[in-house]
Write a protein that binds this ligand. Structure first.
Ligand code: ADP
Ligand code: ADP
Length: 225
């Protein structure tokens, strides 16, 4: 599903290159639940963003679902992203001026999903996440854990095959964090959704099937659980 070969990322300033990632090669198959771990500045978010096509590597090859991501046009890449990837962020990135229901619906508008299908998917998500009574509230009226559930519902409404999450529980208390990890595990086991998360938490990582340890932009260890 995901094949990275010799990925490098650096920023050049006044002829000096600072490497964020070097020689990163790995394959992630459909159905895996991978945690990317490592100290701050190791390149975890950069790697996740490259996998999610939000950032381009400086060098290297990237095949996503048999498509050569690097050579795709911007338009094709966005289409590939919208059809397959759901992103979940540490700070939720909900739209403050939109209600819970509107936030969940937003990506479906971009995907040009028809009106009745949108309504039914949003209703399904609200139901599944026990948020029917909260559908007209705004993000600021929800707890952090609830906001993250909306962020995940929004990602799922687009029916992705893969969820990419950058420190999804970084702003949450442990009970809420466990709820999110239980949900990820269920999505992975029951719905077959591939999950790749950046996390500092050993507890979170234990929910997954594999850990990639990054240090100074290099994969130091690749552990199957
Ligand atoms: P984490 O270590 O939890 O993954 P972040 O992903 O928020 O934290 O950021 C990683 C580190 O990289 C932080 O110390 C942040 O200040 C720094 N950082 C992020 N973006 C940039 C940037 N564009 N230029 C310089 N430093 C950055
Ligand atoms: P992590 O998620 O492991 O904390 P990141 O991928 O966020 O690491 O960042 C790795 C390093 O890349 C950090 O040291 C950060 O300062 C640097 N960095 C990120 N974005 C930029 C940028 N636009 N320009 C220069 N340095 C950057």
């Amino acid at each position: 599903m995901i094949a990275l070969k010799d990925i490098e990322k650096y920023y050049a300033s006044k002829g000096v290159k600072s490497y964020i990632l070097r020689h990163v090669s790995t394959v992630i198959n459909q159905g895996e639940f991978v945690s990317i771990m490592g100290p701050s500045g190791a390149g975890k978010s950069t790697l996740l963003n490259i996998i999610g096509m939000l950032e381009e590597p400086t060098y290297g090859e990237y095949k996503f679902m048999d498509e050569d991501v690097i050579s795709l046009s911007e338009r094709k890449r966005i289409e590939l992203y919208r059809n397959h990837i759901g992103f979940v962020f540490q700070a939720y990135h909900l739209i403050d001026e939109m209600t819970v229901a509107e936030n969940i619906e937003a990506p479906l508008l971009y995907k040009k999903v028809g009106g009745s299908e949108r309504k039914s998917r949003v209703a399904d998500m609200l139901d599944r996440f026990n948020m029917v009574g909260k559908k007209d509230l705004f993000p600021s009226q929800l707890s952090g854990g609830q906001q993250q559930l909306v962020g995940i519902a929004r990602a799922l409404a687009a029916q992705p095959s893969i969820i990419l999450a950058d420190e999804p529980t970084g702003n949450l208390q442990s009970a809420q964090a466990l709820q999110i990890m239980e949900l990820f595990k269920k999505l992975n086991k029951e719905d077959g959704i591939t999950i790749i998360q950046v996390t500092h938490s050993e507890v979170n990582a234990a929910y997954g099937s594999r850990i990639l340890h990054l240090l100074d932009g290099v994969i130091k260890e690749d552990v199957r659980l």
